[in-house]
Design a protein around this ligand. Sequence first.
Ligand code: ADP
Ligand code: ZN
Length: 627
Amino acid sequence: MATPSETSPPDAARRAATVLHRVFGYESFRDRQEEIIGHVIDGGDALVLMPTGGGKSLCYQIPALVRPGTGVVISPLIALMQDQVQALQQLGIRADFLNSTQDPGTRHVVEQEFRSGELDLLYLAPERLRTEATLKLLDDAKISVFAIDEAHCVSQWGHDFRPDYLELQVLHERWPDVPRIALTATATQATREEIAIRLKLAGARLFVSSFDRPNVQYRIVPKNEPKKQLLQFLRTEHPGDAGIVYCLTRDSTERVAAFLTEQGIAALPYHAGLNAGTRAAHQARFLREDGLVMVATIAFGMGIDKPDVRFVAHLDLPRSVEGYYQETGRAGRDGLPATAWLAYGLADVVQQRRLIDGSDGDLAHRRRLASHLDSMLALSETTDCRRTQLLAYFSERTAACGNCDTCLSPPEVWDGTVPAQKLLSTIVRLDRERDQRFGAGQVIDILLGRKTDRVAQYGHHELTTFGIGTDLREAEWRGVVRQLLARGLLAVVGEYQTLAITADSGEVLRGDRLVMLRRDAPMPKAPRSGRRSTAAGADAGSALLEAAELSAADAAVFEQLRAWRGATAREQSLPAYTVFQNATLRAIAIARPATLAELAEINGVGEAKLAKYGEAVLDLLAGVNEP
Ligand code: ADP
Ligand code: ZN
């Protein structure tokens, strides 16, 4: 600890470091945390863009603890406030919240605590700021900092838009001297500009961290039998692990959750159509239990800070790269290896294009949706490093990563110009038919020379292109259709999803444009970075694998610590990770501290947890060390 001397850091920095060590138990700040915290402690406004899991919370929590007064945190995550506040209380921080789920009596108690300056942090739902009563309440005590969490909710085009966020300008108008820090994990240039304008943060300093999440392995596979592929993925790579499976519709979340349960994998559905009680119960189980799979629509996930989510799987194509990156970012917040796995096929392209055509809003809005989809399709079809492409979307340049599917087993590229011409010319011929109700299935049947009833009925076996495509298999043809659709060389139109040529198709038909395609190959099992491939069998869960990297003796201690943590968390009805995170338990298992002072040295053990759990951990370790 620094002693005052001529070379000691400025007061703010020294106090921030003290809080980091003593309250949070962490050794050092992560990338830009120190700069951001110093700036806010000094009274500056900040706009912070950091990926999910990057460590945004400390950026406002530490200023709130260092500056005089209460830090007010605006968060849309009502269902998570209780957990967030409990986790802070575990650290000995005086935190509480105000939202619509509380009864008036409880609210009154919290308001009194705030008024008498007994709170370090107060979490507020944004809609509360609409009432004059809340504004008056905030006038009654000193505020150290305003933190606006999930700041992208102010963006009207994002899927997380909350009208109440537009009202947050009031903070600046009413309390011009209180520093404001807005934080988000959504980072395209357009979104960040919108946030700065709408929240009146034009004068704020902008802090942009790298959006790379090197421990997350990105993989996109062709979709054949999605449920079976998912099951295989879970069984071989993530047995016993907690994870999220995203589906497009409410219906499919229920079906997939039921299917996984039948197969012996603990899974629950989550979507906006479930009643509030069920949603809250499912979310609480996901946070508290080990190894539960949540099968959800995108209604689930914002603010879920469970650190040990080991995979995020998508069974349907996300609508935008931005959404995809946020969703996959929920994996591996603890920095340990995690997988982002997406199954994607022809039907996804057709479905998404139809959704856009049928969506409300003006032409400009539909164009924007279409361009979001195009970026997502380009990512799905790329033969280059997925991460390079993902980060490029956020204006960040990186070299090939070595931890995505295209890096680990580079896809074969083949010249698909002739098949593309065969396909397009078949479609041109169909277009001349009076009835245009033909989708990909019929076109492929014609190319393969299959005289099905429908082919015969319409006389399609007499087309000159009938049977000219037998050099490719049906699955390969579907791949060709999908890739042409993804590149805008083919379109789907109308209610019957008829395939149609586009303005660009002509170039291909005339032979003016080469069409290089990606060969869809089943993914060979990829090695996992950061994890010894020889460790344990393929059927061991990540929890076991994490332990497997420890010596046998340390692994046994780790397991005992986990069991102790589980029991301790259950007694207090807390999520296990708010007691100690896995990384901390691993460090304890290796170091085997014998005294409280030694235990305090471990990353993640702050003063409050030392006081609360220190003796129990030392007792457990003493039992282990006895012969
Ligand atoms: P975000 O809100 O950006 O998604 P969090 O604030 O929840 O991320 O932090 C992600 C994880 O990283 C948490 O488990 C947190 O405890 C941990 N963390 C944050 N900062 C540090 C640090 N300086 N040292 C060690 N762990 C940290
Ligand atoms: Zn890569």
